[in-house]
Design a protein around this ligand. Structure first.
Ligand SMILES: Nc1ncnc2c1ncn2[C@@H]1O[C@H](COP(=O)(O)OP(=O)(O)OP(=O)(O)O)[C@@H](O)[C@H]1O
Ligand SMILES: [Mg+2]
Length: 481
C-alpha cells in the first residue's frame, strides 16, 4: 500500500505537483513567498478576483489588493513566516464592494531544511453560512422575545413529556426563575402528582389522535389552584411523525369566578321567584276559598232571606215587591261574580277534581269567551301533586291567554300525556305563528314565567312558530321532580 510520502513523490515525478490537487479544491488557494510575490493561484481564486491565474502569478499581493486589504494580508503572511504556525481567521472583507465573510487558513511551507519558504493560503467564502447562522440567531431571538412577552403560558414537550421550550409566564407559574430551569424536566417534576397525571394523559391522547384538545384545567401556582384554559396540540416533523406536543394556556380563574357568581346569583333569583310564586299561589287558594266560602255563604243566606221576604210582601205593594225582586237578582248576580272571581284566583276544580278537569274547564271558558274551538286530550286517571298540577295549570292558562290575545287562531288544542315517568304538555294553535324575534324578546314575562316554572321542575320548554301555520308550545318534565 502506498503511503502519503510516496503519493507526494509520485505527484512531483508526474510533474503535476500539489498544484494539480489545489486546482480541484473548491476553495481559493494561493501561494506567496516571503516577499509576498504570488507563486500560485488556483482558478477559483483567480475567478474571485475576476482575473486569470497568469495575470496574478509573479505579481506582489500588494499590487493586487487595495492598500488597506493588502496591509492586512501582509501582516498575516508575515506572522506565519515569523511564528511558523498555521493562522486561521474569519473576517469580513469587501470584495468588489460586496461585504463577504472569508475563512482564511495560512499554512507555512518548509524546505527540507525546515526553513519556511512560502505560505499556502486556503480561503473560503463563508458568507452564506454566516448569514444562515445570523438569521438563525435572529429567529431564535425573535421567538424568545415573542414567547416571553406573550401574556399566556406556552410550552413544547418531546414525546417523553420532557419540556424542551417554555416561556417566562410558564416558568413564573411553576415558580422557576428562568424558562431554561425547566428544560429536561417532566410534568411530575414540576406539578403536584395528580395534576401531572392528568396532563400526561392529555398529551398521550393528543399524540395518539393527532388532534388538538381544548381543556379547562387547574394548575397549582405557588400553592394556589388556578383555572387555565389550555389548547394542546401535536407537533409533527417534516415527515408527519409526531415529535412532541405544544400547549398554550391562559388563566381564566377570574372568568370562572364570575361565571360561578353569576350561576349562584341566578340560582338564588330562581329560588326567590319560586318562593314568591308559591306564596302567591297559596295566598290565591286562601283568598279564593274565603271569598267562595265566607262571601258565598253570606250571599246565599241573603238570597234565602230575600226569598222569604218576597213571600211576606203584600202583593198590592208593588214598589216593595219590585225592589225585593231586583234585590234577589242582584244577589244572584253577585253570587255569580264572586264565583267567577274565586275561580279566576284559583279554580276550586283544580283542587277538587284535578288537573284534567281544570284544563277541560279552561277550554270551555275559552270556547265560551271566543270564537275558537278548543280540543282537549288528557288522561282520565291523572292525579298529580299540588306542586306539579299548579304550575302545569298556570302554564296552560298563560298559553291559552297568549293564543287568545296574539294568535288570531280559529282552533287550539291541548294535549297532556304521562308516560315513562315523564309529563308532556302540548298546546297547539292554527294562528299566525310566533316569530323567533318574539320568542327571544326581553320584556314579555309570559313565556319567561312559563320557562322558569318548567326549569324549576327539571323540565324543558320549546316554543316554535311557522308563519301562517300556528304555534306549538311543548313542555316535558319528569313526573317526580
Ligand atoms: N300563540 C301565539 N301566537 C302568536 N304569537 C304569540 C303566541 N304566544 C305568544 N306570542 C307572541 O310572543 C310574545 C311574548 O309572549 P308573552 O306571553 O311572553 O308576553 P305577552 O303575552 O305579550 O305579555 P304578558 O307578559 O302579559 O304575557 C307576545 O307578545 C306575542 O307577540
Ligand atoms: Mg302572555
Amino acid at each position: 500500500m502506498l503511503d502519503i510520502g510516496q503519493i507526494e513523490k509520485l505527484l512531483a515525478e508526474t510533474g503535476r505537483g500539489l498544484a494539480s490537487v489545489f486546482e480541484v479544491i473548491p476553495d481559493m488557494v494561493f501561494i506567496v513567498d516571503r516577499d509576498e510575490n504570488v507563486l500560485f493561484v488556483n482558478q477559483v481564486a483567480a475567478r474571485a478576483l475576476a482575473k486569470k491565474p497568469t495575470d496574478l502569478v509573479g505579481r506582489k499581493q500588494s499590487e493586487i489588493f487595495v492598500p488597506a486589504l493588502a496591509a492586512r494580508h501582509s501582516q498575516a503572511i508575515q506572522q506565519v513566516f515569523r511564528t511558523g504556525e498555521i493562522l486561521m481567521t474569519e473576517n469580513q472583507q469587501d470584495l468588489h464592494q460586496l461585504p463577504v465573510w472569508i475563512d482564511t487558513r495560512l499554512v507555512p511551507f518548509r524546505d527540507p531544511a525546515g526553513t519556511i519558504v512560502a505560505v499556502v493560503g486556503i480561503v473560503r467564502d463563508v458568507t452564506v453560512r454566516r448569514h444562515a447562522q445570523e438569521s438563525l440567531a435572529l429567529r431564535e431571538a425573535f421567538l424568545r422575545g415573542m414567547l416571553d412577552n406573550f401574556p399566556h403560558m406556552v410550552w413544547f414537550k418531546n414525546t417523553e413529556g420532557e419540556f424542551l421550550v417554555v416561556n417566562q409566564p410558564f416558568a413564573d407559574a411553576t415558580g422557576k426563575a428562568n424558562p431554561s430551569d425547566l428544560v429536561g424536566l417532566d410534568d411530575f417534576a414540576v406539578w403536584p402528582h395528580d395534576l401531572a397525571k392528568g396532563y400526561v394523559a392529555d398529551d398521550e391522547e393528543v399524540m395518539r389522535t393527532r388532534q388538538q384538545k381544548q381543556v379547562e384545567e387547574q394548575i397549582c401556582d405557588h400553592g394556589e389552584f388556578r383555572w387555565v384554559e389550555t389548547f394542546k396540540s401535536p407537533v409533527l416533523d417534516a415527515n408527519g411523525k409526531v415529535i412532541g406536543t405544544t400547549g398554550l394556556g391562559h388563566d381564566i380563574t377570574q372568568r370562572r369566578r364570575l361565571q360561578e357568581e353569576q350561576r349562584r346569583s341566578r340560582e338564588q333569583l330562581r329560588a326567590l321567584a319560586a318562593h314568591v310564586e308559591s306564596v302567591r299561589e297559596q295566598e290565591r287558594v286562601r283568598i279564593a276559598r274565603e271569598i267562595h266560602d265566607e262571601l258565598g255563604q253570606s250571599l246565599t243566606c241573603m238570597g234565602m232571606d230575600l226569598a222569604f221576604l218576597d213571600k211576606q210582601i203584600d202583593p198590592q205593594n208593588r214598589e216593595a215587591a219590585a225592589r225585593v225582586a231586583a234585590l234577589v237578582e242582584l244577589v244572584k248576580d253577585t253570587i255569580r261574580c264572586v264565583r267567577r272571581i274565586s275561580s279566576e284566583l284559583r279554580p276550586s276544580i283544580l283542587d277538587d277534581l284535578g288537573l284534567g278537569a281544570a284544563i277541560e274547564w279552561l277550554a270551555h271558558d275559552v270556547e265560551a269567551r271566543t270564537h275558537m274551538t278548543c280540543a282537549v286530550e288528557v288522561p282520565e286517571d291523572i292525579s298529580l301533586p299540588f306542586e306539579l298540577a299548579t304550575p302545569l295549570f298556570r302554564i296552560c292558562q298563560e298559553a291559552l291567554t297568549n293564543v287568545t290575545r296574539h294568535a288570531h287562531a280559529t282552533a287550539v288544542s291541548i294535549q297532556l300525556e304521562c308516560q315513562d315517568a315523564q309529563i308532556s304538555l302540548v298546546v297547539k294553535d292554527n294562528g299566525r305563528g310566533i316569530t323567533d324575534e318574539e320568542i327571544q324578546r326581553h320584556g314579555s314575562l309570559g313565556l319567561l314565567g312559563m320557562k322558569e316554572r318548567v326549569v324549576l321542575l327539571g323540565g324543558t320548554l320549546e316554543v316554535k312558530g311557522r308563519p301562517g301555520e300556528g304555534t306549538i308550545l311543548a313542555i316535558r318534565m319528569p313526573l317526580h321532580s
